[in-house]
Design a protein around this ligand. Structure first.
Ligand SMILES: [Cu+2]
Length: 416
């Protein structure tokens, strides 16, 4: 090996070491793993709330929220024909007891409609004590997990206190923590023992090379004894007998069983909440300034409602830029996702902050500047093959009526 090669190898190993032990990846669990255009332009979460921060073991935690399915769904992502609303947590630290989408109880996957509006409610029950970052998220078939906002939850109490009784359709009450456990362990142990015994039966004798030698010297017949054949025949008879016998016993013991369900739940979107047409927003141009980590969006806003409206917030990929001059700014900044760092402290700056009058159409330049573009890896957008920004623009009138627009636009990067 030449000296240069040794050097290169050294640098490679150092790099690998650095990547493996990088300290800043400790809390991440997939929030930023998907391409920014997927996080911005598929499921657009908002109003996500957690019922409490510190449940005890067995207490309920309810996550509620809303999401809009972006109209400008990326071409590279399969349409959301099979999507599953889930909760991300580090292991089975909660159990999910109920889930509703648009008020409809649902357990399976569902097809979502582009441009559709949905609300959801997930009921969890705390199982293991600890401090966890909990997110609602959508598993999109063939695309990945689009995370909603996360929240730190501290579960207190002792693990042994957890119970999970469930009443079956037959009226029996079973404990889900232990139900069928002995049976499952028993069957695994049985098959493991049988397979291990059969392996050992052969392994204890001379293996590959001695056997090969015996074959070569014409002593192959001595390798398999009549006893081997008898045992093999025995297994061939006994294993199917055990399988079919156990199946028959199970059938007679549990008369009413239901197979695991594979059908898709059919859930209709709500009456439009986003892009209702009363306040129309068109993006004329969006520009991302790389060194100052600043996104500028030039929008044309047309107010067809009968009240003046004011811009309240721009949210994209769970990063929120709040108009600190809007009359609900304080409430917004302290609501919902207050304890994680996804609200940009400097907020959203607006070049013409006066409310847009009823009937008025105005060009408004919005600027959101924050390191979150980089730390949330949303700035990777400009190096993607789909450099289109997406997000929700919230507007509000004096009586707190809210108008939401799902906007999208190609982004032009500025590198100097
Ligand atoms: Cu998290």
């Amino acid at each position: 090996m030449t000296k240069t090669m040794m050097h290169l190898l050294g640098i490679f190993c150092l790099g690998l070491f650095g990547l493996t032990f990088a300290p800043n990846a400790v809390y991440a669990h997939g929030e930023k793993s998907l391409e920014p255009f997927i996080r911005m332009r598929t499921i657009q979460w908002y109003d996500v709330r957690w019922s409490q921060d510190k449940p005890r073991v067995n207490d309920e935690l309810v996550i509620t929220g809303k999401f809009h399915v972006a109209e400008d769904w990326p071409r590279a992502v399969p349409k959301p024909d099979a999507s599953y609303l889930n909760v991300s947590s580090p292991g089975p630290v909660f159990v999910r007891t109920e889930r509703y989408v648009n008020g409809q109880a649902t357990a399976g996957s569902a097809a979502l409609k582009l441009g559709g509006d949905y609300d959801f409610k997930i009921v969890l029950k705390a199982r293991l004590p600890g401090r966890y970052h909990i997110h609602p998220f959508f598993n999109l078939h063939d695309a990945g997990a689009v995370m909603g906002p996360g929240h730190w939850i501290e579960v207190t109490g002792v693990p042994a206190a957890f119970t999970n009784p469930v009443k079956t359709l037959n009226g029996d009450v079973i404990d889900m923590e232990t139900y069928g456990l002995a049976n499952g362990i028993g069957w695994h142990a049985f098959w493991f023992a049988l397979a291990a015994a059969w392996l050992l039966w052969w392994v204890r004798r001379p293996l590959f090379i001695p056997r090969n030698k015996m074959l070569q010297s014409g002593q192959g017949d001595a390798l398999v004894t009549p006893l081997d054949r008898a045992i093999a025949a025995g297994i061939l008879v006994v294993v199917p007998l055990v399988v079919f016998g156990a199946q028959a016993m199970t059938d007679s013991q549990y008369l009413n069983t239901i197979p695991l369900q594979t059908a898709l739940d059919q859930i209709e979107p709500l009456a439009p909440v986003v892009n209702t047409g009363l306040v129309q927003v068109k993006v004329q141009r969006a520009e991302y300034d790389v060194p100052s980590r600043s996104m500028t969006i030039v929008t044309q806003i047309r107010n067809s409602s009968d009240q003046p409206v004011q811009i309240r917030e721009f949210a994209s990929g769970n990063v929120r830029f709040i108009n600190l001059a809007s009359h609900q700014a304080n409430q917004d900044a302290n609501q919902g996702i207050d304890d994680d760092t996804l609200v940009a402290p400097q907020g959203l700056s607006i070049d013409s902050p006066a409310p847009i009058k009823a009937g008025e159409s105005r060009i408004v330049r919005l600027t959101g500047t924050d390191a979150l573009w980089a730390t949330q890896r949303l700035d990777g957008l400009i190096r993607d093959t789909d450099s289109r920004l997406g997000g929700l623009l919230f507007l509000i009138d004096a009586t707190s009526n809210r108008y939401i627009a799902s906007i999208s636009s190609a982004v032009i990067p500025k590198f100097d």
